[in-house]
Design a protein around this ligand. Structure first.
Ligand SMILES: Nc1nc2c(ncn2[C@@H]2O[C@H](COP(=O)(O)OP(=O)(O)OP(=O)(O)O)[C@@H](O)[C@H]2O)c(=O)[nH]1
Ligand SMILES: [Mg+2]
Ligand SMILES: [Zn+2]
Length: 292
């Protein structure tokens, strides 16, 4: 038995990278019985029978796992965020960031399509600047592509973000031999069509980088109301000084986050979007599993 990492999964087959070689496998039935669905990024045990199709026997404990994109054991994420085409959405960006924070994945925001944003840039840039105070932001217009080389060293990095934002385009710039398929949103046949359809991991500077299918909305089913305030690094910075433990920073007296909001040290845009997201979670219907 050998150990390796799933780098792609296509119609029931799993490609496993192990000591620089790729093995095609399929999952043993016992995994399904245990309701374990292997996903890209999983570290696994498998039979490395020479050139035959081997079995994937077991999935090793995950450090973390994302539902969208489905991927495990991620260190950091490049959140590709376009100014236009598709339009910038702060709420969608928040949701992506929240899911990453929940999984202890380090987010880096990458801004694309400044070059075609025109007048809309005046509206979008001030909002992006608020995120820039909280998270690392890389601007496509000024980036030195070579800087990614060191950033990705020894790490598993996932590229995520809206469909059409430019994930595959950026990956092609970073590693031209990937030759990933990209497409204009308007040229795709129906709206919301995804160009990238699978999660794929590629080796890069002793680490791995993943192209993933984009999305146009994201849910927060993993995140509870209690979790939520803990997932805003810009609130957590001050929440020690809130009078009440577990302060939600809404109506509690002596709330440090609201004081810092008044003082202009917490972004009003971020705070208002936080309230919007709270409402969305409050309104969420419980998920019932279908009875058999
Ligand atoms: N002008 C401009 N176009 C860009 C930029 N980044 C990406 N594009 C274009 O945007 C379109 C979509 O890019 P993709 O790389 O396919 O987008 P994606 O995020 O991989 O999309 P999915 O695979 O569907 O999730 C392509 O036509 C790219 O050429 C940019 O910074 N400026
Ligand atoms: Mg793509
Ligand atoms: Zn508070």
């Amino acid at each position: 038995m050998a150990e390796g990492k799933i780098i792609s999964s296509i119609s029931g087959f799993y490609d496993i990278l192990s000591n620089g070689k790729v093995y095609r496998t399929r999952a043993r039935g016992n995994l399904r019985k245990k309701s374990i669905k292997p996903i890209v990024g999983d570290n696994v045990e498998f039979d490395d029978n020479k050139d035959q199709l081997g079995y994937l026997n077991d999935v090793l404990k995950r450090k973390n796992s994302l539902i969208r994109p489905p991927m495990a054991n991620v260190d950091q994420a490049i959140v590709v965020t376009s100014c236009v085409e598709p339009d910038f959405s702060a709420i969608l960006l928040d949701k992506i960031l929240l899911n990453l924070e929940k999984n202890n994945i380090h987010p880096i925001i990458y801004i694309s399509k400044e070059d075609i944003a025109g007048d809309k840039l005046d509206k979008v840039m001030p909002i992006i600047k608020e995120y820039d105070k909280v998270y690392p932001v890389i601007y496509g217009s000024t980036v030195n592509i070579d800087d990614f080389y060191e950033l990705f060293k020894d790490k598993v990095t996932v590229f995520t973000g809206q469909t059409g934002a430019g994930k595959s385009t950026l990956l092609n710039q970073i590693k031209p031999d990937l030759n990933l398929e990209t497409a204009e949103i308007s040229s795709t046949l129906n709206r919301g069509k995804h160009t990238t359809r699978q999660v794929n991991l590629f080796s890069f500077n002793d680490g791995l980088i993943a192209d993933t299918p984009g999305f146009s909305s994201i849910d927060l089913r993993e995140i509870s109301l209690e979790d939520l305030p803990q997932l805003y690094p810009d609130f957590v910075k001050y929440s020690d000084k809130c009078k009440f433990r577990g302060c939600t920073h809404i109506n509690e007296p002596s709330c440090a986050v609201k004081e810092e909001l008044e003082a202009g040290n917490v972004s009003i845009i971020r705070y208002n979007d936080y309230k919007t997201i709270r409402k969305e979670i409050e309104a969420r219907k419980p998920i019932y599993k279908k009875e058999k």
